[in-house]
Design a protein. Structure first.
Lengths: 1302, 128
């Protein structure tokens, strides 16, 4: 290293040499001897010597003065210097004279002193000139190998002149000196010394100067010790000579004294050096400690950095996920607007297009422009903050929503000077909000028009919408409720319900079949409800939807029924009807209060199975009841008997016993029934018998026929009416039996009845029968017969009442026949048929109509109006229709009507009412024919509801629907499905192929496969996610789901219905998340790797340091120590290099926001090739650069330089030993990627062995001495920090191809 | 004291230091030094049948050019069945990566993993 101090020394010395030379020359010219010898008597400097110095001085002056290798003056003067020396030496050598010695001046001084060669310089001087000239000549040339030699030659000149100088110093007599140095003048010696030193210093890196100029410990020691030793030794020598010269000590003593002094001095010096070395050692130890501290703190720092990087990464992710942020600043003074690239991108400005507040205003949506301009205006004029959202129109006419924020910046004096802010692109969010609003609006309309009670709430339970029915049900028809809290409208809502609502707002669904709602006015409303949340988007509840139904009237009916039942109970109690029950499983008997009273037992009496039977009167009564009970238990036959009971107080009582059995699994488990006190009835019967005689009187003159008939059938007594009726005289009749004159068809049934009466089975009977008139014609009679028994209960006679009904019967029969036919006809028509009179009373109903009215007998319905049968509301409508028919005389045909019955059930009918006219044409009523279409209606309505719900659900989910008929290959796509592809319903495809063709080629296979799988029945539901091409050309992600809903008779699928959901947004988010995750994992990996590298590389040096220090402690000889110290220096050098490298790497790792710019790839390659031109030429490398001029990449300038240099120099460095390197460079750009390809024909790398560590730090593979293993590591880090990657292909002995992706 | 120790390491300063330590304590009569695994294998292969010329102990670095410590071990495992002499191998590395230490355990030929710098106590244990 040549310092400026060295430079000035050289310059001044060369000037001094020239000056001395000129001074001496002047001395010669004017004959001033002092200048020639300095001290008279000493040798003089010869004129030729002075001339030589002049040449040497000039050569030194010009050395390094001229640049660009112009060395002619130096070479000329060097040669002249050499020449003077050479010529003079040749005279000494060959003993001849060339006449040059006194060529210019005669040397009188020498001649006076009788010197051998007057005017001739000494041989030493001549040698010095020769050497000096030669050295300078070499310095001026570029012969590198000779340079060290020249330096040592200069050292020789210094030595020679120094020896000569020492001669003068010790005042050695000329004769005692070597003849070689004999006549060198004192200033000649000095000048030589100066010149040679100056010349040496001009090349300070060479020879001993290099050594003294170094910074190693040895040099330092040498520099310190040498001057001290030299000074001491010279001084010692001088003292010795003095003492000897003055005879102070003897020669022997002097020598020993000198030796001892020398030893003592050396001892002192060595002690000093040792002391210094110890100090250095201590310092080094400290440095080492600091180094290991540094090592540790570095590791800690790396951990911290990792943390920071992770944090940064998170923020980065946040920033990228929320889109680009445009930044802007406005200078308040001149309204100058400055924006970043992101803002230009948002607004659709080109990168270099001038941009001002005006140009922003022009792109603002006309409707928002005034508002936006005003905000900016206010901000600039009044220094207000900005915060607004507005629309902008891009040059491509698309509309974007942006959010603008800005704040005022103040300078140090507090004056506003700038407004700065951001623009966020919030289009997506806005559009989403708008579509949400629309869907909410749709829902609201849907709800408002729903026929049932539905209301929709937001999360604060404020009404968003409510159906008319809702308002009606809750009596709030005229109230303004939208926007008002449900709880404000119904303050009576209890806390429990509010809790339910809160739960539902968290996603729960609540269903209640019936619950009372205590209204504020005191009334109670019975409700059934369903509360469920609705979703704004997946997982976000927007509020609640409530469906309710008012079931108050139903509830009231139930209450009514209960009340009726209790009335019934009370009624039976007053009728003296008692209930009983026998549980045959547990053998228990139950009697109610009345039954106990009938038996005249106490209220707490507990009847037993056996005991109960004992109450029946022994004999006939008990047998009868036992038989009946037995029969009931075995066969389930119910019984109804009149039997006598002996009550607890011993009295006898007639009761009616009714019983019935209950069966379970064919076994009778229970008997139950009632007892009725019929004692009074029985008594009355007996009383009747007593008044028989009174009856007799009335007999004869009765208006109806009366007869007494013997149990055998003989007429015993007849009144005149009977005789008249039958055409017989009384006498004639009394000789016959009733059997004789009874129509044979009726005889059998008559006799049976007679038998029954006789056996006591029945008491009396009534029948219509035919007698034969005496003339032979048939007489129809209504016969009532009862038996009179005597006191012993033996049959006495029958009393028959006979009424002639022949005439009535004839008409009746005809009518009956007709009616029967008609009745059976209309009864069997599955249509409700009825006839009403003018008062709308039913005069005829068919079976269906009767059953519909809830009756079992036609007679129960007849004569009743709709008001009797149905609630007033329905009846009114019907009556109105009737009146219309009566007044207009026109039939109502096939009108759809609704009828509600008392039980609340509603039926739909297709009704016709046709006026009924009598013979004179007067309207006397109407015929009604109603076809019950309730079932159809209900199905229809259920279908409609389910369809509506389904539609609503789909609309809410924003899903599309498709319906695929496999037989016809036709597909129906819903509007929403078509919307997803930007198709209108008009040009809707209706074949499955139309959708299939739009599916992304990469997704097609899986798409078809999934569908086939489902069609083959291998999957429950068909689900597939695929991309489908939008009409615009871009792809939309669709979640496609479907299910076979119909199969043909062979079980092959016939129809598939499914849905489409647009999941593009979700997919994009997924991709972003995946990408972020990859980046983070990659960085983590890099960080971990880096941490290992750092610890490993620092450790290896610190390990070596420790080892060396250990060894220094152990070493015994100074040489060993010195060697170790040299190693220490080496380690320190490598350590600092490692730290530099690591720092380089850290810089790449940390520098996330590396500046990038548009760079021409070709230009940079050319630059790199220029840098490597020496190598390229030397190694005969051929580089084929196949990159066009226009190829540019956005990259960091320094990284690109470093990357290209690295790959190119590697390609040459690791060339194949047997061929010249050829490197092909290409740039490949495809749709998805662009990369740079550098292919060489070099040695190649065994990727099997080395791929894993190819890009690792300090990894080398070829054993090249200059391979450091840092280049590829840094290159990889740089490429990756720019978001790219490196790929490598290689074959040993063939070559390596690197692909650098951008 | 062993007859023949062997160092396979490309760090010349480390080798120098280790050599000094071994000489000083006379841990080994002779010492073999190789710059990488390939050189060591090249030396050992022809001498498989001999005993004296094969080392008793090998101090093996991991990170070396041409053939690193792991690759050397893989090669060594191949020739090991033919070697009659018992050769003890120690991995010596400045790596404190747990993965390296774990990997070393998977080779039964490796006796121990020593983290650089090698202490005299370590040497005393494995060579003394």
């Amino acid at each position: 290293m040549r310092t400026s101090k060295d430079s000035s020394f050289v310059t001044y010395t060369s000037l001094a040499v020239n000056f001395i030379a000129i001074l001496v020359v002047t001395g010669w010219i004017i004959g001033f001897d002092v200048l020639l010898a300095i001290v008279p008597g000493l040798p003089t400097m010869k004129f030729n010597t002075a001339l030589g110095f002049l040449f040497a001085g000039l050569a030194l002056t010009f050395l390094d003065t001229f640049r660009n290798g112009f060395n002619l003056p130096v070479q000329l003067f060097s040669v002249l210097t050499m020449l003077i020396g050479l010529l003079t030496l040749s005279q000494y050598a060959f003993g001849y004279s060339l006449g040059i010695d006194e060529f210019f001046f005669v040397d009188n001084i020498s001649r006076v002193a009788n010197a051998p060669y007057p005017g001739r310089m000494s041989a030493a001087t001549a040698t010095c000139f020769l050497l000096l000239g030669a050295s300078l000549l070499i310095f001026s040339s570029s012969r590198v190998r000779l340079l060290p030699l020249a330096q040592y030659v200069l050292h020789l000149v210094s030595l020679l002149s120094f020896i000569s100088l020492m001669g003068f110093f010790y005042q050695v007599p000329s004769s005692a000196k070597l003849p070689f140095f004999s006549t060198m003048a004192i200033h000649t010696s000095i000048t030589f010394l100066l010149t040679s030193l100056a010349a040496s210093l001009s090349r300070p890196h060479l020879g001993l100067v290099g050594f003294f100029k170094g910074r190693n410990l040895g040099t330092w020691l040498a520099k310190r010790l040498l001057p001290q030793i030299a000074f001491l030794v010279i001084t010692l020598g001088f003292l010795m000579i003095l003492s000897k010269r003055f005879g102070i000590v003897s020669v022997e003593f002097g020598i020993s004294l000198q030796t001892i002094s020398f030893l003592a001095i050396c001892l002192v010096l060595i002690l000093r050096v040792a002391f210094i070395l110890n100090r250095v050692d201590t310092e080094r130890q400290e440095a080492e400690n600091q180094l290991s501290d540094l090592n540790q703190s570095l590791e800690e720092k790396i951990a911290e950095r990792t943390e920071e990087l992770n944090l940064l990464n998170e923020r980065l992710q946040l920033a990228t996920s929320s889109g680009n942020v445009g930044l802007w600043t406005i200078d308040i003074k001149d309204n100058f607007l400055d924006v970043n690239d992101a803002l230009r991108k948002i607004w659709g400005f080109d990168p270099y297009e001038p941009i001002s507040l005006d140009s922003l205003s022009k792109r603002t949506h006309p409707e928002d422009r005034a508002r936006a301009d005003k905000a900016f205006d206010l901000a600039v004029k009044n220094q207000l903050s900005i915060g607004l959202e507005h629309r902008i129109i891009l040059p491509n006419k698309s509309i974007k929503y942006i959010k603008v924020n800005g704040v005022v910046h103040y300078d140090e004096q507090g004056n506003p000077f700038r407004i700065a802010g951001t623009h966020w692109d919030i289009t997506e969010q806005k559009l989403f909000e708008i579509s949400l609003e629309e869907s909410e609006k749709r829902n609201r309309v849907f709800i408002e028009q729903a026929p049932s009670a539905i209301a929709m709430f937001d999360t604060e339970m404020r009404y968003l919408a409510a159906s008319e029915k809702w308002k009606e049900d809750y009596g709030i028809k005229d109230k303004q409720i939208i926007g008002i809290s449900h709880y404000d409208i119904f303050p009576e809502i209890v806390e429990d319900w509010k809790k339910i609502h809160t739960k539902c707002l968290h996603g729960a669904i609540d269903k209640v079949d019936e619950a009372p709602f205590n209204r504020a006015d005191g009334s109670v409303q019975w409700l059934t409800w369903e509360v469920r949340p609705w979703y704004k988007k997946e997982g976000v509840v927007g509020g609640l939807i409530m469906y309710t139904a008012d079931i108050t009237s139903l509830k009231q009916k139930e209450e009514e029924k209960k009340r009726l039942e209790s009335i019934l109970e009370q009624a039976s109690e007053t009728a003296n009807i008692g209930a009983w029950e026998v549980d045959l499983v547990n053998n228990t008997v139950y009697w109610d209060k009345t039954t106990k009273e009938l038996h005249k037992v106490a209220a707490d009496y507990e009847p037993k199975l056996d005991g109960a039977i004992q109450f029946f009167k022994e004999g006939e009564s008990r047998q009868k009841i036992e038989a009946a009970v037995q029969n009931a238990i075995l066969n389930g036959t119910p019984y109804d008997l009149e039997v006598e009971l002996v009550t607890a107080d011993g009295s006898t009582k007639w009761i009616r016993a009714v019983g019935q059995a209950d069966f379970s699994n064919g076994v009778c488990t229970r008997l139950f029934g009632v007892f009725q006190d019929i004692n009074q009835i029985k008594e009355a019967e007996l009383n009747l018998k007593v008044s028989e005689e009174q009856f007799r009187g009335a007999f004869q003159y009765s208006a109806i026929g009366m007869a007494l008939v013997s149990p055998e059938g003989k007429w015993k007594q007849v009144n005149s009416r009977v005789c008249e009726m039958l055409g017989y005289e009384e006498k004639e009749l009394l000789q016959t039996t009733f059997q004789e004159i009874t129509h044979p068809d009726d005889l059998e049934s008559d006799l049976q009845l007679v038998q029954k009466v006789l056996s006591g089975e029945i008491d009396s009977y009534k029948m219509e029968k035919r007698y034969f008139h005496k003339k032979g014609n048939i007489v129809w009679v209504l016969l009532s017969v009862s038996l009179v028994r005597d006191a012993d209960n033996q049959p006495l006679h029958f009393i028959s009442q006979i009424e002639d009904v022949t005439e009535r019967k004839a008409t009746e029969n005809a009518l009956k026949e007709e009616r029967k036919l008609l009745k059976s006809l209309i009864d069997n028509i599955p249509v409700n048929i009825y006839i009403k009179d003018l008062a709308s009373r039913k005069t005829l109903v068919n079976r269906l109509e009767m059953e519909y009215s809830g009756f079992k007998k036609e007679s129960e319905v007849l004569g009743k109006t709709d008001f009797d049968l149905y609630p007033a509301e329905s009846a009114n409508v019907s009556r109105q229709e009737d009146l219309e028919v009566f007044s207009t005389g026109k039939a109502i045909l096939n009108k759809e009507t609704i009828n509600t019955r008392h039980d609340g059930s509603t039926n739909w009918f297709l009704s016709s009412k046709i006026p009924l006219r009598n013979d004179t044409g007067e309207i006397v009523g109407l015929i009604g024919i109603s076809y019950n279409i309730t079932a159809r209606k209900l199905t229809e309505r259920a279908l409609q509801e389910s369809e509506q719900r389904w539609q609503f659900a789909l609309e809410g989910a924003n899903d599309g629907v498709w319906d695929w008929n496999l037989a016809t290959e036709e597909v129906f796509y819903s509007k929403r499905s078509l919307d997803m592809l930007g198709l209108s319903t008009k040009d809707a495809p209706n074949k499955s192929g139309a959708w299939d063709n739009r599916v992304h080629p990469e997704d097609k296979e899986a798409y078809f496969e999934e569908m086939q799988k489902h069609l083959r029945g291998e999957s429950e539901v068909y689900i597939n996610e695929h991309r489908v091409q939008h009409e615009d050309g871009h792809y939309v992600w669709i979640l496609d789901r479907g299910k076979v809903t119909e199969f043909d008779e062979k079980g092959q699928p016939l129809r598939v219905i499914g849905t489409h959901s647009d999941i593009t947004w979700r997919k994009e988010k997924e991709a972003q998340v995946r990408h972020s995750f990859d980046i983070i994992s990659e960085q983590n990996k890099r960080l971990l790797n880096f941490a290992h590298i750092v610890s490993h590389n620092l450790r290896s040096h610190s390990g070596n340091l420790e080892m060396m220090i250990n060894l220094i402690d152990m070493s015994s000889t100074p040489e060993e120590k010195e060697e170790l110290i040299e190693h220490l220096a080496q380690i320190s050098g490598s350590l600092s290099e490692t730290i530099t490298n690591l720092n380089e790497v850290v810089k790449i790792q940390v520098d996330i926001n590396t500046q990038t710019e548009e760079l021409s790839l070709k230009e940079y390659f050319v630059k790199t090739m220029r840098i490597l031109s020496g190598d390229i030429k030397e190694k005969r490398a051929r580089i084929n650069l196949n990159i066009g001029d226009g190829v540019t990449i956005t990259y960091n300038r320094a990284y690109l330089e470093s990357i290209l240099l690295n790959f190119l120099s590697n390609a040459i460095k690791y060339r194949h030993p047997e061929r010249n390197p050829v490197v092909n460079i290409d740039f490949v750009e495809s749709k998805n990627s662009k990369f740079l390809q550098i292919a060489d024909n070099g040695r190649g790398i065994d990727l099997k062995l080395h791929k894993a560590k190819l890009f690792g730090m300090y990894k080398t593979f070829h054993g090249n001495a200059d391979a450091k293993g840092i280049g590829l590591f840094i290159t990889k880090n740089q490429v990756e920090s720019m978001g790219g990657r490196i790929e490598v292909e290689s074959e040993v002995g063939v070559g390596t191809t690197f692909k650098i992706y951008f | 004291m062993v007859d023949l120790a062997c160092i396979i390491d490309d760090d010349q300063i480390y080798v120098f230091g280790l050599r000094k330590l071994i000489d000083f304590h006379k841990y080994s009569k002779n010492l073999l030094v190789f710059k990488n695994g390939a050189e060591a294998i090249k030396y050992m292969k022809p001498l498989i049948s001999t005993s004296e010329e094969l080392p008793d102990v090998i101090l093996l670095d991991i990170n070396m050019p041409v053939m690193d410590g792991w690759q050397f071990l893989d090669e060594f495992v191949k020739i090991k069945p033919m070697i009659k002499k018992k050769i003890t191998i120690y991995m010596v590395s400045s790596s404190i990566d747990q993965a390296d230490i774990e990997k070393a355990k998977t080779y039964q030929e490796v006796s121990d993993f020593i983290v650089k710098p090698v202490k005299e106590a370590d040497l005393a244990k494995i060579l003394g």
